[in-house]
Write a protein that binds this ligand. Structure first.
Ligand code: PGA
Length: 256
């Protein structure tokens, strides 16, 4: 990754852990990540019901707290939804948007993702916008087309400054939770392409500032080679973030 961009190591705990378990893991990460926090950004995304407990465990630590989703309205009659105002109030700094599980299992469209990204920024939350192709799309040679559509739609309505402050995550769907990590070259190829798209749509400064994470079966033994790529600025980690020791090994990666 380029030296000017601060690496981001983000844990996505998905629908795992009770509040007590999440708080315990957060305390372990806090303890173990203390030495890297100046140079690296560490984020935890627990389930909504664990956010309060994790916020308490992280207070004053410098570790960021992310929601895994949000509704784009500030409030309203939307049963079962959580608003950006509520996430902010609970102590969140970031929010994951358009994760492939949301897109695939819960029908989130590119339009919904765009609205959510705008809402997050409007309420002072940094969006982590996920894009990525399915196996069928990759095998039919449509990876770049899919990633281009998802990226452009998500970022279209954002200003240059907003894009510069945002985080994007390239997560090939076929690599999520499967143990099949994209090779560093495959990930770099797509991530360099994404940065070029952003250069075209929002200019060179925004493209240079935007952090682009890789996600999909990131583990302690592959993070180093991934982080050695010019356009990989961090990782969004699912399975390997559920245990303190493996996530802390990832946080302490040595690139190369
Ligand atoms: P994984 O999940 O690390 O378990 O593949 C990544 C993600 O879904 O963000």
């Amino acid at each position: 990754m380029a030296a000017a961009r601060r690496p981001v190591l983000a844990a996505n705990w998905k629908m795992y852990k009770t509040a007590a378990e999440a708080a315990q893991l957060a305390r372990a990460v806090r303890e173990g990540a203390r030495d890297v926090l100046g140079a690296r950004e560490v984020l935890l995304a627990p389930s909504f019901l664990s956010i309060a407990a994790v916020a308490e465990a992280l207070r004053g630590s410098g570790i960021g707290l992310a929601g895994q989703n949000l509704h784009h309205e500030a409030e309203g009659a939307f049963t079962g939804e959580v608003s950006p105002v509520m996430l902010k109030d609970a102590g969140c700094t970031h929010v994951i948007i358009g994760h492939s599980e949301r897109r695939q299992l819960f029908g989130e469209t590119d339009e919904a993702v765009a609205k959510k990204a705008r809402a997050a920024l409007a309420h002072g939350l940094t969006p982590i916008v996920c894009v990525g192709e399915t196996l069928a799309e990759r095998e039919s040679g449509r990876t770049m087309e899919v990633v281009e559509r998802q990226t452009e739609k998500a970022l279209r309505a954002l200003s240059t400054d907003q894009v510069a402050a945002a985080v994007l995550a390239y997560e090939p769907v076929w690599a999520i939770g499967t143990g099949k990590v994209a090779t560093a070259e495959q990930a770099e190829e797509v991530q360099a392409f994404i940065r070029k798209l952003v250069n075209r749509s929002h200019g060179q400064a925004a493209a240079a500032a935007l952090r682009i994470l890789y996600g999909g079966s990131v583990k302690p033994d592959n993070i180093g080679i991934l982080m050695a790529q010019a356009d990989i600025d961090g990782a969004l980690v699912g399975g390997a973030s559920l245990k303190a020791d493996s996530f802390l090994q990832i946080v302490h990666y040595a690139a190369g």
